[in-house]
Design a protein around this ligand. Sequence first.
Ligand SMILES: Nc1nc2c(c(=O)[nH]1)N[C@H]1C(S)=C(S)[C@@H](COP(=O)(O)OP(=O)(O)OC[C@H]3O[C@@H](n4cnc5c(=O)[nH]c(N)nc54)[C@H](O)[C@@H]3O)O[C@H]1N2
Ligand SMILES: Nc1nc2c(c(=O)[nH]1)N[C@H]1C(S)=C(S)[C@@H](COP(=O)(O)OP(=O)(O)OC[C@H]3O[C@@H](n4cnc5c(=O)[nH]c(N)nc54)[C@H](O)[C@@H]3O)O[C@H]1N2
Ligand SMILES: [Mo]
Length: 768
Amino acid sequence: MSERKVPGIDEYDGAAGGWGALAAVARAVKSQMAVGRETSALRRVNQPTGFDCPGCAWPDPKHTSSFEFCENGAKAVSWEATGKRATPDFFARHTLAELWEWSDHALEDEGRLTHPMAYDADTDRYVPIGWDEAFARIGAALRALPHPDMAEFYTSGRTSNEAAFLYQLMVREYGTNNFPDCSNMCHEATSVGLPGSIGVGKGTVTLDDFAHCDALFSFGHNPGTNHPRMLSTLREVSKRGVPIVAVNPLRERGLERFTSPQHPAEMLTNTATPIAQTYYQVKIGGDLALLKGMMKWLLDADADDLAAGGNGVLDHAFIAEHTEGLEALREDLARTTWEEIVRHSGLARDDIAAAAQLYARADRVILCYGMGMTQHRRGTQNVQQMANLMLLRGNIGRQGAGIAPIRGHSNVQGDRTVGITEKPTQALVDAIKRTYGFEFPLTHGHDAVEAVRAIRDGRSRALVCMGGNLAVAMPDPETTIPAMRTLDLAVHIATKLNRSHLIPAKQAFLLPCLGRTERDLQASGLQSVTVEDSMSMVHASQGGLPPASDHLLSEPAIVAGIAKATLPQTKVDWDGLVGDYDRIRDDIEAVFPMFKDFNRRVREPGGFRLYVGASERDWGPGGKARFLVAPGLDEDPGTGRRDLLTLTTIRSHDQYNTTIYGFDDRYRGISGRRDVVFMNRDDMRARGLAQGDRIDVVSYLAGDDATRTVSGFIAVEYDLPQGSAAMYYPEGNRLVPLDSHDPHSGTPAYKSIPVVVSKVRDSHVDAG
Ligand SMILES: Nc1nc2c(c(=O)[nH]1)N[C@H]1C(S)=C(S)[C@@H](COP(=O)(O)OP(=O)(O)OC[C@H]3O[C@@H](n4cnc5c(=O)[nH]c(N)nc54)[C@H](O)[C@@H]3O)O[C@H]1N2
Ligand SMILES: Nc1nc2c(c(=O)[nH]1)N[C@H]1C(S)=C(S)[C@@H](COP(=O)(O)OP(=O)(O)OC[C@H]3O[C@@H](n4cnc5c(=O)[nH]c(N)nc54)[C@H](O)[C@@H]3O)O[C@H]1N2
Ligand SMILES: [Mo]
């Protein structure tokens, strides 16, 4: 680390977790909550009778009886269960133009929304409106559109199964499949890529498998920040002496060592458990090359072993019985030279061989991965190469082994399972017809990128958002935001104020809903909802706090309100369903037979696991798993000149997606600021940059004429490979054009932006 002192930049030499995590929870609670009412919420997270933590989709250990501590879960809960309120008074004091100048942090920090509001163009303010009037106006606006395909219905992944099911039902009865979804920006490469390989777009492991694996690979995710409860699992794995291999351009503290707040001995003695045994600092976008290198090594070692009379390194019995396509993969790997593999991955051949050897020696391997793999132009192929690697040794569909996409939002997987998809199947059309007696078109609707394009081009005139912050989460705000300003109708169902809500359409509505932590009372009494975690476990979630305001409605009730106002001839008994969520679950079961016995099974402690064929070596139609070839090694082809730096965008330790809790990123040594670009020491030197120098970052994507710049950020020296750089999301989003995405999954290439970094003359941050 450089000598110059820059405010807010320091080295963090502690472990992940530890006392720092406890102190951070105390601060989060103190800034948001009145101790007593709200803090009782913290004791009910992820308990058998409590609510599902809105923080992430990592599963809960089945039989925990004590509070499973997680710093960022506590932040998520205290942020929702805050004592602060954004009331009609607040909206009366500020125009939208004024609020636009506020930071994303300041907007949400006003607290929970309390009343349904409608935009008043004359005063440029949100003013209170009654629920019925809001529904009537929304219904009228939706009915006034010339065609249902001119409306977009976005979902963010916190939405429960029950709310999501009703939402897709309403949208389909209305007549469109336009379902832009947060998963389009997230794990869509998994949902699209894995079915081709293993027949199902979901992970194949359960939490129990982690107790049986004998090697674990972690590609492109940062559990210390984004899935902190996973560290407890990794800690157990490490304690068993199982090697953990991290593949990540950045050295992430949570992948290096962890002091568990669950274990007093570690806390008191200030010791930590080492996590990753080996850390591969791959170049950004170099994973495809690393994976191919590992597979090339395996095939060569296998051939050698067979020639020497051994049984080979691959699982030949599995390959023969369960797979097809190995020959094409073999040819592709034979064509790929080590020289190219080394250049693209940034790793030495010996190191790649060591990773492959470690993989080959283990009998049961789990491979986990996150956004570092999916958010590339060839994210889908990246995912499929990971599946190839696993299939070579039969590491799918048996105990202690499998592929584990680590999902983002706590119910992003469930929303998909219950029908939020722009590509419906004939089976879904038939099931809805059978259950409700109406038909909807089989034509594909819009995903998130397509939805923004349609809005930009005037083909879509209405946008309904079930949660989220679409304008800020999407790439290219210079396109997305002006496009959204031209809409006829914008409806936001939300808990807290964010920038997307400040983009007024001709008519705009802000509809406040209950959060996970709150009691949901309907005609039949207290309700619970259900969610599905990353490992396909479905379980119930019931809030215990009194609602943040008497005027809130639940998400299912809001959907029903809009549905009744939009569909006067509806065939669905909306009131009956909302009055008793058991009835929604019965209908989910009727439409999706995999939820057989839903209401009974979800009442069992810990819930139940949905059927995942690949976990049982049932590979779906065709009957075989498939090795799939991804020609070449370039993960982000066509993105521009390779002499540029490649910039990735990442989450700080103090944010939840576009929700900015605070300005610290403890494990990376950053405090009180987010205007940083992490750079390699030699790259800084080559550009005459010192720690804290102000810089401009300009992206250069082939075929993109716009000049996209982030100005005045500061350069921070960090341990990442030469040629790679990183900054925070969403600050980096304006460097990503809307068209820079994986063509198969539509996932934006947020993790690979070619940039030029240059010094802003004579301006470094003052020494502290
Ligand atoms: N506290 C908290 N929890 C969250 C979230 C949050 O914002 N805050 N968000 C939720 C959501 S929606 C999601 S999707 C998940 C996201 O969880 P992650 O997938 O962990 O998300 P990111 O921070 O985007 O970081 C991914 C990691 O990929 C690495 N990386 C970047 N580029 C590359 C590359 O080319 N190759 C490799 N191998 N690695 C790369 C980065 O260094 C970083 O460590 O977390 C969920 N949980
Ligand atoms: N550059 C870059 N961009 C990215 C990413 C990246 O890694 N880099 N990651 C992408 C990923 S993985 C994702 S998932 C998307 C996230 O995109 P979104 O899901 O659209 O964004 P969030 O920030 O999670 O949404 C926050 C808002 O949700 C609302 N909210 C919170 N809780 C609830 C609730 O219980 N009900 C309702 N109705 N509303 C609620 C609040 O109003 C809050 O302001 O961003 C993507 N964008
Ligand atoms: Mo995500």
